[in-house]
Structures are given as C-alpha cells and as structure tokens.
Write a protein that binds this ligand. Structure first.
Ligand SMILES: Nc1ncnc2c1ncn2[C@@H]1O[C@H](COP(=O)(O)OP(=O)(O)OP(=O)(O)O)[C@@H](O)[C@H]1O
Ligand SMILES: [Mg+2]
Length: 147
C-alpha cells in the first residue's frame, strides 16, 4: 500500500472551532500553540491556515529555523518587499513600519492572518516585526512554539 497523502486530521474539533471563533472576532490578537515535539503543532497550524484561506483571508506563512535565526528578518524574508538600501541604512524604525505596512495591510478592510511555525526560532528582527503587528492589531497571529 502506498500512502500518498497525509492522514486526515483527527480529534481537533474543539481547537478548530475555537480558531473559527477567533477569525470572526476583530479584536482577537491571535493564538499560540505550545507543546512538546511531535504533538501536532505544525499540523494544526497548517489546518488553521487552510481554514483562514478558505474563509477568504489573505494568509501568510513563515517559520523559524535554527539556520536563519542569526539573519535579520530571515524568517520572513520571502514575504517582504524590497525596501532599498537607503531605508535600511537610514532608520530602523522607518524600516519596521514599512515592513509592517507591507505585511499587515488589510485588503477590503480585512486584516491578514500570519501563521508562524516554530516561533521560538525566529530571528529577533522578525520577532519584533510580528510583535508590532500583533500589538497594532493589524494582523491575526498564529504562532507555534515548542515548549
Ligand atoms: N490531529 C492529527 N491528526 C492526524 N495526524 C496528525 C495530527 N496531529 C499531528 N499529526 C501528524 O503527526 C506528525 C507530527 O505532527 P507535527 O509535525 O505537526 O508535530 P509538531 O508538534 O509540529 O512537532 P515539532 O515540535 O517536532 O515541530 C505529523 O506527521 C502530523 O501530520
Ligand atoms: Mg512542528
């Protein structure tokens, strides 16, 4: 027998229902999935991304990784616009604001959903960016961390 697809998600109905409730709540900041290795954090975060995409949200997905944890904005580099050297050199605050606007801009008044797997391995710059967007409530943040 060849198993070509992942097994269907089992036993997470409560978590999925809670996430649907969060999506519908404009004041919700987000969700943290914490647990030991292999408990299904990545899997349920992917399910949350699918639910949000199917509901019409813009969903951006990134993950922390040990190999990129020293690289500023390494975790979210694939999502960011080219801001040019001058902005980077001139003012770190301006850079952060510009990146937050690019990543967290609502479309049709609906804020995006950002799903960050293994957030404990985010580089500091990405973590700061995500933190600012969460505080400003410009995105709904879903984080997983290995506890
Ligand atoms: N509810 C579930 N139903 C079916 N399969 C699941 C479920 N949760 C997890 N799995 C499967 O179990 C395996 C481990 O899950 P996953 O990779 O999501 O764990 P994790 O918590 O992210 O681990 P790590 O901390 O190592 O990143 C995967 O193959 C995943 O597809
Ligand atoms: Mg994982």
């Amino acid at each position: 027998m060849i198993v070509e697809r992942e097994w269907p998600l089992v036993g997470r109905d409560d978590e999925l229902a809670r996430f649907r409730g969060l999506l519908a709540d404009p004041h919700a900041r987000g969700l943290l999935v914490a647990g030991a290795g292999g408990l299904g954090k990545t899997r349920i975060a992917a399910e949350y991304a699918t639910i949000a995409t199917d509901a019409g949200y813009r969903v951006v997905v990134a993950s922390g990784h040990r190999s990129r944890s020293d690289l500023p904005f390494g975790a979210v580099a694939h999502l960011l616009p080219d801001v040019g050297r001058d902005t980077i050199a001139a003012d770190r605050g301006a850079l952060l604001r510009q990146l937050a606007a690019a990543l967290g801009s609502p479309s049709d008044g609906v804020r995006p959903v950002i799903v960050l797997d293994d957030a404990h391995l985010l580089d500091d710059s990405s973590a700061t960016l995500v933190y600012q967007m969460a505080v400003a409530n410009s995105v709904l943040v879903v984080l997983t961390i290995r506890a």
